[in-house]
Design a protein around this ligand. Structure first.
Ligand code: 5MY
Ligand code: ADP
Ligand code: MG
Ligand code: MG
Length: 350
């Protein structure tokens, strides 16, 4: 019977080798309906993930967007990353009618981080007092809704210091919503295209940290980022400059030879305390946080970005370079724990 599919029900067994000795008892079935863009499906639903999942009785089933959601399934979990009000309404309505299904994550919570202003609200007030002296901030920022020319006065009034990072206010999955600019002076603000957020640039030694969160699991990786801007540059340079995507995944700085004071990861207890608070504040289970350490300090950190269900794998099909190390196993454990919790609940309710 070697190599035969031992999964009790569902699944086509394609390409998998499930051990004969794997106990049936472990095979509590969990059906994960997914609604993802084709890009996201390719990068997330890697063969390795599906095989590992099936061994634990976890099945991924595509949601048909042309059919009513309630007529599909039944699902234990709905995993989604799609944009637009229409989908938000569908999933909200579904969650109301099917409170027994775990929706990853609630659309209202996702919506909050699609706006770069509400994304960072409440972070500065988090209770992180017992974290060995590390503290968390968000860069000073303001929103510009229209006419960036008149916004120059407001920038001065708000006490924001140049250079400023200009970020599109709304994140809508397009490349444009990730197109950032650096504005060195008041005059250059008129060239920007609102709505946007203007945020103080924080020198951080050219290295940033991506904190990945999947349920209870946290993984932190380093990436290259923008270099420091010297006082001399601040005084001499003017105009606006388009940001290169220096911190994209191909810029992993995990194996680079870096100044240890810049490269040192944020302390583990601090990251754990931060994430614990963020899970509650954001109401999300799948997210990542972009964090930088203020240059010259040991323990002053800034959160600059939060992403819902971020990219986990680079260049699918060519090879999967995991942005979040071992994400396949992390997700399988996450879903497996969910399946067990559901089973325990059922037993308790008998
Ligand atoms: O497309 P990828 O793999 O580069 O992942 C994007 C992430 O890029 P990164 O991991 O930094 O290289 C990207 O992260 P950043 O915003 O660049 O920090 C987002 O998570 C993006 O999702 P969205 O457009 O904000 O909804 C992510 O897009 P999706 O994969 O979710 O479509
Ligand atoms: N306030 C800031 N100070 C210094 N660098 C920043 C700041 N904001 C963003 N960056 C740099 O720009 C990159 C992209 O900005 P981010 O806010 O993460 O937008 P995106 O959602 O497009 O990733 C960051 O990874 C970091 O390298
Ligand atoms: Mg980012
Ligand atoms: Mg982002």
């Amino acid at each position: 019977m070697e190599g035969e599919n031992m999964v009790p029900h569902g699944g086509d067994g394609e390409g998998e080798q499930v051990s004969e000795t794997e106990p049936f008892q472990q095979m509590q079935k969990l059906v994960v309906g997914y609604a993802l863009t084709s890009k996201k499906k390719k990068s997330f639903l890697q063969p390795k993930l599906e095989v590992l999942a099936r061994r634990k009785g976890i099945y991924f089933v595509a949601i048909d967007l042309n059919r009513p959601l309630s007529e599909q399934g039944p699902f234990d979990v709905v995993l989604h990353k799609l944009l637009g009000k229409e989908w938000q309404d569908v999933i909200e309505d579904y969650q109301q009618k099917h409170p027994e299904v775990t929706v990853l994550d609630p659309p209202g919570a996702i919506q909050r981080i699609h706006n770069r202003q509400s994304m960072l609200q409440g972070l500065a007030d988090l209770n992180l007092s017992d974290c060995g002296g590390s503290s968390i901030f968000v860069p000073k920022q303001m929103v510009v809704l229209k006419d960036s020319a008149s916004s120059a006065d407001k920038v001065v009034e708000a006490g924001l210091k140049f250079p400023l990072v200009a970020k599109p206010l709304w994140i809508d999955g397009t490349a444009k919503s990730h197109q950032l600019f650096l504005a060195y002076d008041r005059r250059s603000l008129a060239e920007l295209d609102p709505p946007l957020v203007l945020q103080e640039f924080v020198n951080h030694g050219g290295v940033m940290f991506k904190v990945f969160v999947v349920g209870d699991t946290i993984k932190v990786v380093r990436r290259f980022s923008l270099p420091n801007i010297s006082n001399c540059q601040k005084a001499k340079v003017d105009g606006i400059f388009q940001f290169p995507r220096v911190s994209s995944a191909s810029a992993s700085a995990d194996n680079a030879d870096l100044d240890p004071s810049v490269a040192e990861l944020p302390p583990k207890p601090f990251v754990e305390a931060l994430v614990k608070e963020l899970r509650v504040l954001l109401g999300l289970r799948l997210f990542n946080v972009d964090m930088i350490r203020e240059h010259g300090s040991k323990n002053v950190f800034y959160v600059i970005d939060i992403n819902y269900f971020p990219g986990l794998c680079l260049k699918p099909f060519v090879y999967c370079y995991a942005k979040m190390p071992d994400y396949e196993q992390v997700f399988v454990d996450f879903f497996h724990n969910m399946a067990q919790a559901k089973q325990n609940n059922r037993h308790c309710n008998l």
